[in-house]
Design a protein around this ligand. Structure first.
Ligand SMILES: Nc1ncnc2c1ncn2[C@@H]1O[C@H](COP(=O)(O)OP(=O)(O)OP(=O)(O)O)[C@@H](O)[C@H]1O
Length: 695
């Protein structure tokens, strides 16, 4: 270990949270065995506990309180409980705590329910897209993604049921966090009783405070009386959980995947007990690392497998994600290999070691080509600190950074670029328009999005018929699209299908497109997997193939065995059924009824085109390698190997999304007739210049 690794010069201060005897407090890692008095003692040992009264005082007296405290100091799990204990959830009011990621929402809610000794979904609940575990009238503390809170504003623009809203992990600056931060500032002007808490381990508190400073003259007259102090309060929670020793590589590594695997094995050989959490970038990397650790290394070292290696990424079925929370079997060391979904808010009880590759997959949008890609890019110091903070939560830990200390100190940017400035803004604009915000460029953004991305999004929305010539939501289509919890193009496809008489089928397709993948590709059985897929595959493409899978699943009586035999992800299919039911309810609420096209696949594909005409591509001439060009901007794209049309290469296709690995790949592809494109969107294919009235 010592040859490769160098301890960082910024080693953290010694342990600050000690037990009464002055030694480090080691706790049982099985929460199920934690008694309530034990949990209470643990709560009181967290650094944030000393600030309980100060936090409650500041929240009482200031409209906005910004709380900065080290990872693991207790912000997320404790502050909502302090607020509840102080009466902020009385009289039917609710305390909200937002998180950028679904996994964090669920796990933090379940921890807080356990600490409060209540059943999850009752006094403490959570809400993520397509899953609401709350009971109106009973839930007092609610964890939710920032996206879900924005959606709630459509029914209740002033979020009247909430007394305090805590925007946690604000440093992440996700698209939804930024929209929410701007909208909450607007709401505060009308609701002096609402309190905001902005929290993170790594935010620039001063600039956040100046953003939230509302001058009295900007408040509505009826809000001026009885206003709390409008100057945001800043509180710095001193102290951290346990020491995390930081180690850097001596020399830059050329292959971070290989280096990560070697580091895990080196930890396993040289370090004491404790699980390992490795941060890589995406599913491909992660699966490769899992394979290297499970097969090759164990084999070459002649070991029986004493490592339990688990992948973690957002597309993984929930039951597989849950495995990471279970303790490792006796005698085994658990190694979780994750994307950045485990970067913030999570506590994995056994984790003592973190390996940080320095990379993550990040969205980058090019408004000129209108292509949004997931690119492997270096992380920021804020992310690196969050990653290190996943160790040291229940005992001291170590973080092995696969980059040099010099790189960390001199070259790593302090913060990442806000997602707002590197995303396609279509969904963002629809949401803002639905909330009555017309002047989006003039909106009070924490960091403004680029004018080009805004113009491009307005143009797409206009072509989809969601915005009119005055850039207002059209009625009913625009308002209906905003109402549905789907990507706008999927919503458009679904709503058009209602008119075209094939909504029964398209609602299934929309549900299928809302889960990551319904296939389970297992290593070593590629041939069997391909054969299974062929049983459902049709020449029209993936969407129609999904319909066959769905029908087969229903016919089997929703059997898990059937899924297993057909390489289909049972959990994903259950999710599809659930999402489909919810979408049907949404359609009914909009007064729309389901109708089947009884096998008219031409009509079905036309309905898909009505949402996705902007994603049309043509097979390039003389292209032996299956290269397509997008009709819109002549970008080079290829059919993804997971598509049933891979190597079939129809002349003209429409895709659902693009993914960038070694090439730009289209996922979920359907073959179409080019004439249908002009028929569905003559305005789009003839549009040369954006409509000046839009801007
Ligand atoms: N599921 C859990 N099991 C066991 N202990 C937990 C769990 N969740 C939290 N804890 C304990 O509570 C501490 C505080 O966690 P909490 O998430 O509130 O901190 P935080 O300050 O919000 O950290 P972060 O900024 O990393 O989200 C953890 O360090 C850990 O000791």
């Amino acid at each position: 270990m010592s040859k490769y690794w160098k301890p960082g010069s910024d080693r953290p201060t010694p342990v600050l949270v000690d037990d009464e005897e002055g030694g480090v407090l080691f706790v049982s890692t099985s929460s199920s065995s934690s008694s309530s008095s034990q949990l209470e003692r643990l709560r009181q040992r967290l650094p944030v506990y000393k600030y309980r009264d100060a936090i409650l005082y500041l929240v009482e007296n200031h409209a906005t309180t910004i709380i900065v405290g080290e990872t693991g100091s207790g912000k997320t799990t404790q502050i909502p409980q302090y607020l509840k204990e102080a009466g902020w959830a009385e009289g039917g009011r609710v305390i909200a705590c937002t998180q950028p990621r679904r996994l964090a929402v669920q796990s933090v809610a379940s921890r807080v329910a356990e600490e409060m000794g209540v059943t999850l979904g009752e006094e403490v609940g959570y809400a993520i897209r397509f899953e609401d575990q709350t009971k109106p009238g009973l839930t007092m503390v609610k964890f939710l993604t920032d996206g879900v809170l924005i959606r709630e504003m459509m029914d209740d623009p002033l979020l009247t049921k909430y007394s305090v809203i805590m925007v946690d992990e604000a440093h992440e600056r996700s698209l939804s966090t930024d929209i929410l931060l701007g909208l909450l500032k607007k709401i505060q002007r009308r609701r002096p009783d609402l309190r905001l808490i902005i929290s993170s381990a790594t935010i620039e508190a001063k600039s956040m405070a100046s953003f939230y400073h509302i001058r009295k003259k900007n408040l509505r007259n009826d809000a001026i009386d009885a206003v709390p102090n409008q100057e945001p309060a800043i509180l710095s929670v001193e102290g951290k959980g346990y020491t995390v020793e930081i180690h850097y590589v001596e020399e830059p590594v050329s292959d971070y995947l290989q280096a990560a695997v070697e580091t895990v094995l080196s930890i396993h050989d040289n370090e004491g007990p404790g699980d390992v959490l490795v941060f890589l970038t995406g599913q491909d990397d992660i699966e490769a690392a899992v394979k290297m650790l499970t097969d090759e290394y164990n084999h070459s070292r002649g070991r029986s497998s004493d490592l339990l290696v688990l992948p973690l990424y957002s597309g993984l079925p929930r039951s597989d994600q849950d495995l990471i929370f279970a303790p490792a079997p006796r005698g085994k060391r658990k190694v979780v290999i994750s994307t950045n979904i485990a970067e913030t808010s999570l506590t994995l009880e056994g984790v003592v070691y973190v390996v940080d590759s320095s990379f993550s997959k990040q969205k980058f949008y090019n408004p000129i080509s209108d292509i949004e890609s997931l690119v492997t890019a270096p992380i920021s110091k804020a992310s690196a600190r969050q990653r290190a903070g996943r160790a040291g939560r229940l005992r001291p830990g170590k973080c092995f950074r696969l980059y040099t200390e010099e790189y960390y100190l001199k070259d790593m940017p302090s913060e990442g670029i806000p997602e707002m400035q590197r995303s396609n803004l279509v969904s963002c604009i629809i949401q803002m328009k639905a909330l009555g915000i017309d002047n989006i460029l003039g909106f009070d953004w924490l960091s403004s999005p680029s004018a080009e991305a805004m113009v491009r999004a307005l143009e797409v929305l206009y072509s989809l018929g969601i915005l009119d010539e005055d850039a207002k939501l059209t009625s009913p289509l625009g308002f209906q699209v905003a109402e549905l919890p789907l990507e706008p193009m999927v919503s458009n496809m679904l709503l058009s299908s209602c008119e075209m008489g094939c909504s029964e089928e398209v609602v299934t397709i929309a549900a299928m497109l809302s889960v990551q993948s319904i296939w389970v590709s297992m290593r070593g059985v590629q041939k069997e997997f391909d054969e299974a897929k062929l049983r459902f595959a049709v020449a029209e493409g993936d969407h129609v193939t999904y319909l066959n899978v769905y029908k087969g699943f229903l016919k089997s009586g929703k059997s898990s065995q059937w899924c297993y035999r057909n390489f289909i992800n049972y959990q994903a299919m259950k999710k599809v059924i659930d999402i489909r039911e919810q979408l049907v309810r949404f359609l009914k609420r909009l007064g729309l009824t389901l109708k089947s096209c009884e096998g008219d696949l031409k009509m079905l594909r036309k309905a898909i085109i009505s949402g996705f005409f902007a994603h049309a591509c043509q097979l390039a001439e003389y292209s032996p390698n299956g290269m397509y060009k997008t009709l819109r901007s002549s970008q080079e794209v290829y059919i993804h190997p997971s598509s049933v049309l891979f190597r079939v290469n129809p002349k003209c296709v429409v895709y659902h999304s693009l993914v960038l690995t070694d090439k730009q790949y289209m996922r979920n592809v359907i073959a179409v007739d080019p004439a249908w494109l002009i028929e569905a969107a003559p305005h789009f294919y003839q549009l040369r210049k954006p409509n000046p009235a839009l801007f």
